[in-house]
Design a protein. Structure first.
Length: 64
């Protein structure tokens, strides 16, 4: 997470950035957790919503 409301995912072995997710300005990301074996993660936002995101396709899988 960063001050510009993006979530950046890095490769743990090479430290290279894999993908960057942009978030709307009114919905600042507050917490992020990754799945241990799949390339997905969940992010919680200031507005109360939670999104499940796919790293490979750089897309939202679920929004609730």
């Amino acid at each position: 997470m960063s001050r510009d409301n993006t979530i950046r995912v890095f490769n743990c072995d090479t430290y290279d950035q894999k993908v960057e997710f942009s978030c709307p300005p009114e919905s600042q990301p507050l917490c992020v957790t990754g799945h241990p074996t799949e390339n997905i993660f969940a992010a919680g936002f200031e507005g109360g919503e939670t999104r499940i995101l796919d790293v490979e396709s750089a897309s939202v899988i679920n929004n609730f």
